[in-house]
Design a protein around this ligand. Structure first.
Ligand SMILES: C[S@@+](CC[C@H](N)C(=O)[O-])C[C@H]1O[C@@H](n2cnc3c(N)ncnc32)[C@H](O)[C@@H]1O
Length: 405
């Protein structure tokens, strides 16, 4: 055992985060841990070995410095055992995602204490959470969608089709409306006057709010037309809040899309009018009536790892690269739909997309055991959506040898 005297001396066990690695603790390992422990301030980090367990006591660390240091050490070592130990230590510390920041250092203990607010509950009441959505008139009585609409792709204008659905009947709406960028859609003029655009969009969204269940969610994926200085994500959010929906949050879909014009600087090297560029899109998330969506816990299919990863609201997902194949200019990738559907709905729930395009939402909803409704104004896109659904059925048959419901 090494360095227990440090613990005894400081009697600070509670001020360290203890991280352990199961590792055979031969003499050369002890030697390496001793080297590590003398290298860094004991107040920040130190190491122990006990019965094949390597213990790392972490308080705070300039991680990038540590990483460089360790890699330098590894490159100078010939002992494979020592090298592997150092790599494992590095990996273990890198994997710790909960820490605070103090200057360049990651702080592993007590970092959340400062943020604690005394009398938080009372203060919340005084502030009034989502005050803008409080005095709504939404009914709490949910209804079933008539069978003829379930698991259907419907050609038509959503403003008209949605009127045929009952109030409070849809669990999750996930959609991406046309952004009015001037894209070449089949049956839709994309690039109208903004006033006209929003009036039409909001007539459709009004219907969406009506058909959402009490506790249902609507998630809207949008990308502002920055060159027109129209913050469509804010305008849409204001609309939903004015209509008494609760803003549940915003997800940044980081596409790492550096296709945006590098030459469009606005004013090159001058503060006179620089032009900001974006490699991401937004997903605005709203709830109707209450933040909680009821469902049987048995029907929650998100794994612990997915949940932990996806509740961090910045999602790195590459853009869809099959748009040519499907003949649609503005699809989102299946992974985006998968995350939204698993995070915000239960298996068996009914998922609707009023701007379904070639059916990404509906095909993913089907794969994930949700019921679906997809509406698009273009017959051609709806045919593609049907083909994708059939293909996923065939895939399922060949993989599992059984018919899906
Ligand atoms: C951004 S795209 C959606 C693409 C879809 N997320 C996908 O991955 O295939 C918007 C879609 O809205 C459709 N659309 C436009 N106006 C519509 C309306 N009034 N009713 C229904 N669909 C409409 C367009 O045809 C287009 O396919």
């Amino acid at each position: 055992m090494i360095l227990t005297e440090v613990l005894k001396k400081h009697q600070m066990r509670k001020e360290y985060k203890l991280v352990t690695i199961v590792y055979p603790t031969h003499n050369d390992i002890i030697e390496e841990l001793n080297w590590l422990s003398t290298r860094y301030s004991k107040e920040d980090i130190f190491f122990e070995a006990e019965k094949d367990i390597v213990k790392i006591y972490l308080n705070q660390l300039d991680f990038s410095l540590f990483k460089n240091d360790i890699w330098q050490r590894i490159s100078g070592l010939t002992n494979e055992n020592k090298k592997q130990l150092l790599q494992e230590i590095l990996q273990k510390i890198e994997n710790i995602k909960s820490y605070g920041l103090k200057g360049k250092k990651r702080v592993y203990v007590g970092y959340d204490k400062e943020r604690k607010v005394k009398g938080r509950k009372l203060k919340e009441i005084i502030r009034g959470e989502y005050y803008y959505a409080k005095n709504h008139n939404f009914s709490r009585v949910n209804n079933e969608v008539p069978k003829e609409f379930v698991n259907k792709i419907i050609v038509g204008d959503s403003e008209e089709i949605l009127k045929q659905l009952p109030d409070n009947s849809i669990d999750l709406i996930f959609t991406s409306p046309p952004y009015n960028f001037g894209l070449d859609y089949k049956n839709h003029e994309d690039g109208v006057n903004w006033d006209e655009y929003f009036k039409k969009l909001f007539r459709i969204f009004k219907e969406c709010i009506r058909i959402l269940k009490y506790g249902g969610r609507i998630v809207v994926n949008v990308q502002p037309l920055f060159s027109d200085y129209i913050p469509i994500h804010h305008i849409i959010s204001n609309f939903f809040m004015e209509n008494k929906l609760i803003w549940k949050g915003e997800i940044l879909w980081e596409k790492h899309n550096y296709n945006c014009k590098y030459t469009a600087w606005g004013s090159w090297k001058s503060p006179s009018n620089p032009y900001l560029k974006y490699t991401w899109e937004f997903l605005e998330v709203f709830s109707k009536g209450t933040l909680k969506h009821s469902g049987d816990p048995k029907n929650a299919d998100i794994t612990a790892d997915e949940f932990k990863k996806w509740v961090y609201a910045k999602w790195d997902i590459a853009p869809e690269n099959n748009m040519k194949k499907y003949g649609h200019p503005a699809m989102f990738p299946e992974e985006l739909a998968e995350r939204v559907i698993k995070l915000f709905s239960f298996r068996g729930d009914i998922v609707l997309d009023p701007f379904n395009g070639v059916g990404t939402t509906t095909v993913v909803a089907k794969k994930l055991g949700r019921r679906y409704i997809g509406i698009d104004i273009s017959e051609e896109y709806c045919k593609k959506a049907e083909e994708r659904l059939k293909l996923s059925k065939k895939l399922c048959l060949s993989l599992f040898g059984k018919q899906e419901d």
